[in-house]
Ligand binder design. Structure first.
Ligand SMILES: CC(=O)SCCNC(=O)CCNC(=O)[C@H](O)C(C)(C)COP(=O)(O)OP(=O)(O)OC[C@H]1O[C@@H](n2cnc3c(N)ncnc32)[C@H](O)[C@@H]1OP(=O)(O)O
Ligand SMILES: CC(=O)C(=O)O
Length: 549
């Protein structure tokens, strides 16, 4: 059965960009080989749509026939996947030794997948042929020819992933080149040279790619793993040496240490080498798409990920901030907007006055140091941050606590919606039962004295319940607030249970979230401080006024 590309699996004719250069995404195949990453069919469809938004030429959906999930993905893709930029590719291997491609069930699964493009993994390393395939070098070449020719004859676009190419090339250059030539002669549109074990360095990749291009005259691609931390550099070196097809994964997912991070490769090509490889404007969506894909995979995005990480353009050191105040380019390799990211200023004990001034501006405060008053204010905040950080507070992770402090310094008083009279928590465990905590909060708000008791599965949960109910009597807005993350860190490594603890609490109102910090020798006390600030900041941000103020 012949399956020409359908309207649901990408454009029927390659765009100019696809013809001249391919960006080929393998997140759904090699990316899914990452430890801990487990995608449902629905996840795969959602990720395919997101990657298509980036404007890549190809989305490799998986290996039909290898497992029911991937087979199902290709079945559903026929009707449920409308790709606007990319073609859908199916991955699989050459036929088994001694078989006939047309009769091989795994080849049939590729043929019948509905994808217009097939990417075949083929051995190109003599030892792998002999030890892993347990066949002869000649039979491996026949497997490549037969499988490519069969699928090409069925009207499919065929690519070949030459597995272990770089290692094989170093051992037996002639045989590795024979495999490439066999694939191209049989009708493969290109051969992607794979650094399967990820052990290569950029100069080795560059030299090999240039040699293969010169020796075969054929179209060559690159598939690089990151075991030396060089996958992106290796991919770029390959392109500079003549590769016109680059494979990689969103967020650098992949087997072991991962694949080349596709966004970093594309950014290097477009922004550093001036070579457009995606449709215009698409790279500016990269941060949003990379983060959205991470939401689906449920793998927390790495904050230090180049280009798209939340820390990629975050500045902490005072010296950096003082130069950035004059011109952001002084401490940034590019404008973050080019990849849809933002510059961020972090406030910490490494901050100088410029950091505070810029952070204040980011939060909407005019902290101009032109006047004596402004200079004094910024100096005061800088000093206070340093003193509090030396006691264990951290403001780079707790913007909301920093903003409350800033309001206090600017307006002369910290926002406060309630007057706390007292709070207490007890935790009780009865024989045979689970420990339960009970908190009592007494406070004054809206002209009334409010006393509330709350129960929870732990002291912080009980305090949260009691405080929420008590504040809620005067300010119904807090009904929407939810504690969504709670982190405790012991600060004095040398101490035991009497160590100073730092608590970070993230609160959400369903639309956005904010983080507050508390510090104390008592973990419940530190939690109380962060909890109360969480409610206070939420009300302050919503513009709620304290009655009578
Ligand atoms: C470098 C890469 O990452 S390539 C992608 C690798 N991805 C995967 O392996 C995930 C999907 N794989 C699978 O689900 C299974 O391995 C299957 C369905 C493909 C095969 O399963 P099985 O038939 O049980 O074989 P098994 O996994 O034990 O071994 C792989 C077989 O493929 C053969 N093989 C390996 N590479 C190739 C190739 N390029 N061409 C043909 N056969 C190959 C091996 O020699 C071995 O054959 P054998 O069964 O005669 O020993
Ligand atoms: C094909 C592939 O994923 C590799 O060789 O790494």
């Amino acid at each position: 059965m012949t399956n020409a590309p359908t309207a649901t699996t990408g454009p029927t004719a390659p765009t100019d960009l696809q013809g001249a250069f391919h960006v080929y995404d393998t997140t759904l195949r090699d990316g899914a080989q990452q430890e801990g990453l487990n995608l449902s069919v629905g996840d795969k469809l959602a990720i395919a749509r997101l990657i298509d938004e980036l404007g890549v030429g190809y989305v490799e959906g998986g290996w039909p026939g290898a497992n029911p999930k991937d087979t199902e993905f290709f079945r559903r893709a026929r009707t449920e996947l409308q790709l606007h930029h990319a073609r859908l590719a199916a991955f699989g291997s050459t036929r088994r030794p001694g078989a006939v491609a047309a009769d091989d069930p795994l080849v049939a699964a590729l043929r019948d997948s509905g994808a217009g493009t097939v990417c075949l993994v083929a051995k190109s390393h003599d030892r792998h042929v002999e030890l892993a395939l347990r066949t002869t070098l000649a039979e491996n070449l026949a497997m490549v020819r037969d499988t490519v020719a069969h699928l090409h004859g069925e009207g499919l676009e065929v690519f070949v992933d030459a597995e272990h190419f770089f290692d094989g090339f170093r051992r037996d250059r002639a045989y590795a080149l024979e495999v490439v030539a066999a694939a191209l002669d049989a009708g493969a549109g290109l051969v992607a040279l794979c650094d399967t074990n990820g052990g290569m360095l950029p100069h080795q990749v560059g030299e090999t790619v240039a040699d293969v291009v010169a020796a075969t005259g054929g179209r060559v691609g690159i598939h690089a793993h990151n075991d030396t931390g060089c996958a992106v550099a290796n991919s770029v070196a390959a392109v500079q040496a003549g590769a016109t097809h680059v494979q990689g994964c969103l967020n650098g997912y992949g087997e072991r240490t991962g694949n080349a991070d596709l966004v970093a490769v594309v950014a290097a090509l477009e922004l550093k080498l001036g070579r457009p490889v995606l449709p215009a404007g698409r790279l500016g969506e990269a941060t949003r798409i990379a983060h959205a894909v991470a939401e689906v995979t449920n793998v927390p995005p790495a904050s230090r990920q180049p280009y798209v990480g939340t820390s990629a353009f975050a500045h902490k050191a005072g010296l950096h901030a003082s130069a950035i105040k004059v011109d952001p380019d002084l401490y940034q390799h590019m404008d973050p907007a080019g990849v849809g990211n933002d510059m961020r200023l972090l406030v910490s004990d490494m901050a100088g006055r410029a950091s505070i001034e810029l952070k204040g501006r980011e939060l909407g405060f005019d902290l101009s140091v032109d006047s004596t008053e402004g200079k004094e204010l910024v100096g005061r905040v800088t000093e206070r941050v340093k003193v509090l950080e030396s006691r264990g507070y951290t403001f780079e992770a707790a913007d909301a606590s920093f903003e409350l402090m800033l309001v206090e310094e600017v307006a002369g008083a910290r926002p406060a919606y309630v007057d706390v009279e007292s709070w207490r928590v007890i935790t009780e465990s009865r024989a045979g039962g689970e420990a339960v905590s009970e908190a009592t909060v007494k406070l004054h708000a809206g002209g009334a004295r409010i006393v509330v008791t709350g129960e929870g599965n732990g002291p912080v949960n009980a305090l949260d319940q009691a405080l929420r109910t008590a504040i809620g009597r005067a300010y119904p807005e807090v009904e929407k607030f939810r504690l969504i993350d709670y982190k405790v860190r012991i600060l004095d490594q040398g101490h035991g249970t009497d160590a100073v603890t730092r608590v970070l609490i993230e609160t959400s109102d369903g639309e956005s979230s904010w983080v507050t910090v508390g510090v104390g020798a008592n973990v419940v006390e530190a939690s109380w401080e962060a909890l109360l600030d969480g409610f206070t900041f939420g009300l302050h941000r919503r513009g709620v006024l304290r009655p009578g103020s």
